[in-house]
Design a protein around this ligand. Structure first.
Ligand code: AMP
Ligand code: MN
Ligand code: MN
Ligand code: MN
Length: 277
């Protein structure tokens, strides 16, 4: 059986392993086909591809694009993209552009609460200074002993309505899909179970996504509970979308799912790799 893991992060975004270390770890965990999907960033792809070739594992070039849809932030994964495509590269550069200013404002918001030096702290933890994410702030808050772990930090801070949350306008859904398609890739709605939208709005999202040429949704992901898997498998079938599988691994022992440690896609799903195999 071929083990797929089509969603994970390196130090090019908010992961803690370099692309090299990440591919080696995936190989050790028995992954055969890996997609590196850094947030709004492709700079880890070349190193990952070289190491994958050495290790005898198949690398699929990927990216996870931050999207604003109405008042909701969504993540769209592009898989099997050309990492050198200028349309995609330009779009991602534009999406990264606002992150530094946003990070400064997150820092100011936390400072008002008496937590000093958060911007500097998060920035120091981010290897890619264009890619300071809430994950880096979360790690800073944990280091400072202000929160116990990732789960608790994202309950009290950095989310809508809590200190350290700053609204931000990311790419539109249409832009994200246009960039992915320009680069020859397929678009996958990441971890649908994580969005705080009701059933009706989820259906609206899926029909709009499908209408724009979206190819699939993540059915098995580190972000879904076992109960959510059949729910999104049904929606994939209903909307004629393919199904993807990915750990969303960021760091060893940080609370997320380990590379390659996922249950199989339900039988009724059409796996996303049919799009490129
Ligand atoms: P950003 O792109 O800067 O808004 O950061 C988003 C990242 O924060 C996600 O990709 C996750 O890595 C992390 N994150 C957001 N919410 C949570 C959560 N509830 N638990 C753990 N990590 C989270
Ligand atoms: Mn992340
Ligand atoms: Mn995500
Ligand atoms: Mn992710």
């Amino acid at each position: 059986m071929t083990i797929y893991d089509l969603h994970c992060h390196s130090t090019a975004s908010d992961g803690v392993l370099s692309p090299r270390e990440l591919v080696h770890r995936a190989n050790e965990k028995g992954v055969h086909v890996l997609a590196l999907t850094d947030h709004d960033e492709l700079s880890g792809q070349a190193e990952a591809a070289t190491v994958a070739q050495e290790a005898g594992l198949r690398l699929i070039h990927g990216v996870e694009i931050s999207v604003t849809w109405g008042n909701v932030t969504l993540h769209v994964v592009g898989l099997n993209v050309d990492p050198q495509d200028p349309v995609l590269l330009n779009g991602l550069a534009r999406n990264r552009g606002g992150r530094s200013e946003r990070a400064r404002r997150i820092g100011e918001d936390l400072a008002r609460l008496g937590i000093a030096g958060a911007f500097e702290g998060a920035s120091a933890l981010a290897e890619n200074k264009e890619l300071i994410s809430r994950t880096h702030f979360a790690r800073f808050l944990i280091e400072r002993g202000i929160a116990k772990n990732m789960k608790s930090v994202f309950k009290k801070y950095l989310v809508k309505g809590k200190p350290g949350y700053v609204t931000h306008e990311w790419a539109s859904l249409n832009d994200a899909l246009t960039w992915i398609h320009a680069a020859g890739g397929v678009a996958v709605l990441a971890h649908p179970g994580r969005y705080q939208i009701g059933r009706e709005k989820m259906r609206l999202l899926l029909s709009e996504f499908k209408h724009l040429g979206g190819a699939g949704i993540e059915v098995v992901t580190g972000s879904h509970t076992q109960d959510q898997v059949p729910l999104y498998a049904d929606l994939a079938v209903e909307f004629d979308l393919m199904a993807s599988i990915g750990s969303d691994f960021h760091a060893p022992g940080e609370g997320g799912r380990e590379l390659g440690r996922l249950t199989a896609l339900p039988e009724r799903c059409r796996p996303i790799w049919q799009a490129w195999n």
